[in-house]
Design a binder for this molecule. Structure first.
Ligand code: ZN
Length: 492
């Protein structure tokens, strides 16, 4: 559908077919010209260009134990790659280093059943900030399956492995109660279908191994008497250094800055080529193709570190700004997972038309940013839907200080509905990203169609605001760039 729409668009603008791989971009090549209209920029922002960066991230992960986790060489080399490309493109680049409490699983966690029957390895996902250990012991459950209060472990046999259900309190509280009751290890099972990827939080320091299994496996184990299992975890928890990469245009109003960001780090389980190589690569490609544009507003691109450890990099950045510096930021656009294989086109619900938030949670201006993305999807004939402004990604620290934000999301561990499958295609009943936070989140874990559409959406919004934020904060811009109106008008 997208391609047909694009052909119509190209005809209107008399340029080459937009976004199709290998299409030459007319007399002046993309690298040498100023892509100062939406039509020209979208022509040069190609899915192949974005994939080139994802391939570079994959190669970096391959060379570094398969991960790009903050605090590891895989992340540092990803940051160096971005910094080098942005410096070569003529941006003012700053690498902002900071310390954070990291967690690294040094070897894959092992969970095995020995009795009543030797079943062998059981699929499990270590909890972030788990301690280390190698124990083989009987498995028992607390009196209340969620283990949220110490008395739930009255009568628990010290030295056993505790089997606990998700729900009602944090994973850290469950593990602490078990530890205090003398448990030698902890297995937490999900309380809904699907994999459980959880964290104990960076303040968890007890030396006990904690891992997670699905609801089905957990309920089966809980109903097995005479259960004996082995749990082996081998982790590092401690202070590590990582960084944010910030790249700003040399031109444009520095008192009315447009920020565009994506986290660059992966979880510890895999290379993170969709989460969040997709967003990192898309904003890198857009920045490169905008390199010769003279924006009216300064544009500041940001690649965040340690997002997977709790939005640490973006929080460090915002907390490091003075009030005056914060007031110079007109808006923040966030792109975290924009190419999910079983995607939907989600737009952060800035006008709270679907997901109502506490008063003051969503800063004014965020609704207009939502409109911008919806206008883009309409202009290329793509369906879209609201997605929760949950604060689960790097826009969180920005909206917390009143900076309007928006962004896109194509789905993670959530399950696609039958209605969504009718709208977007793909598979109902399956996760939007079946490889979310797993080792299989590789170069192959992508929807090229979603990535293609969304890379153009990133370009469309970024250039629109680079030229005018009048609709967001009333800031007038010189020149005749009409903000945010109909696609073609902008292109003319
Ligand atoms: Zn992410």
């Amino acid at each position: 559908m997208l391609k047909k729409t694009m052909l119509a668009f190209a005809l209107v603008c008399g340029t080459a077919i937009v976004g199709s791989p290998g299409a030459s971009a007319g007399p002046q090549s993309c690298e040498s010209r100023s892509n100062n209209t939406i039509a020209k920029l979208l022509e040069c922002v190609t899915v192949d260009g974005v994939r080139e960066h994802q391939a570079a991230f994959q190669a970096i992960a391959d060379a570094n134990a398969g991960i790009r986790t903050s605090g590891t060489p895989g992340y540092d080399q990803s940051a160096a790659y971005v910094a080098d490309r942005m410096t070569a493109a003529g941006y003012k680049v700053t690498v902002q280093s900071f310390q954070f409490q990291t967690f690294i699983s040094l070897t894959p966690s092992v969970l095995e059943q020995f009795a009543p029957t030797p079943v062998g390895p059981v699929v499990n996902n270590i909890m972030s900030y788990s301690g280390s250990g190698d124990v083989t012991a009987p498995v028992s459950t607390p009196s209340a399956i969620t283990g949220c209060v110490a008395s739930d472990f009255a009568g628990f046999t010290p030295g056993n492995i505790a089997l606990i259900s998700r729900g009602a309190c944090t994973f850290a509280i469950k593990a602490t109660n078990a530890f205090n009751a003398g448990a030698a290890g902890v297995v937490i099972y999900n309380n809904i279908p699907g994999t459980l990827n959880g964290t104990l939080g960076s303040t968890f320091t007890l030396n006990i191994g904690v891992t997670a299994v699905t609801q089905a496996v957990g309920q089966q184990l809980a109903s097995t008497s005479g259960l004996v299992m082995r749990l082996k975890t081998d982790t590092f928890r401690g202070q590590a250094t990582t960084s944010n990469v910030i790249a700003e245009t040399k031109h444009g109003n520095k008192n009315n800055v447009v920020m565009v960001g994506a986290h660059l780090d992966s979880v510890n389980a895999g290379p993170g080529i969709q989460d969040n190589g997709s967003g990192s690569a898309a904003i890198l490609e857009v920045a490169e193709q905008m390199a010769k544009v003279k924006p009216r507003n300064a544009v500041r691109f940001a690649w965040w570190g340690a997002e997977e450890s709790g939005l640490v990099g973006s929080t460090h950045y915002v907390n490091g700004l003075s009030t005056a510096e914060r007031n110079k930021i007109a808006l923040y656009l966030n792109f975290d997972m924009i190419g999910s294989p079983n995607y939907f086109f989600g737009v952060y619900d800035g006008d709270e038309s679907t997901f109502v938030k506490p008063p003051g949670f969503v800063p004014p201006g965020s609704a207009q940013i939502e409109d911008t993305f919806e206008r883009y999807y309409n202009s290329v004939g793509e369906p879209f839907q609201d997605t929760d402004f949950s604060g689960r990604s790097d826009y969180g620290p920005f909206i917390a200080v009143g900076i309007p934000a928006g962004g896109l999301f194509t789905g993670a561990e959530g399950i696609k509905t039958a209605a969504e499958a009718l709208t977007y295609g793909g598979t109902a009943g399956q996760q939007y990203d079946p490889c979310y936070h797993l080792a299989c989140d590789t170069f192959a874990n992508i929807s090229l169609h979603a990535l293609d559409v969304n890379s153009d959406a990133v370009a469309y919004a970024t250039l629109n605001y680079a030229m005018s934020t009048e609709l967001i904060n009333g800031a007038k811009s010189k020149g005749n760039f009409k903000p945010d109106h109909d696609h073609d008008e902008v292109a003319a």
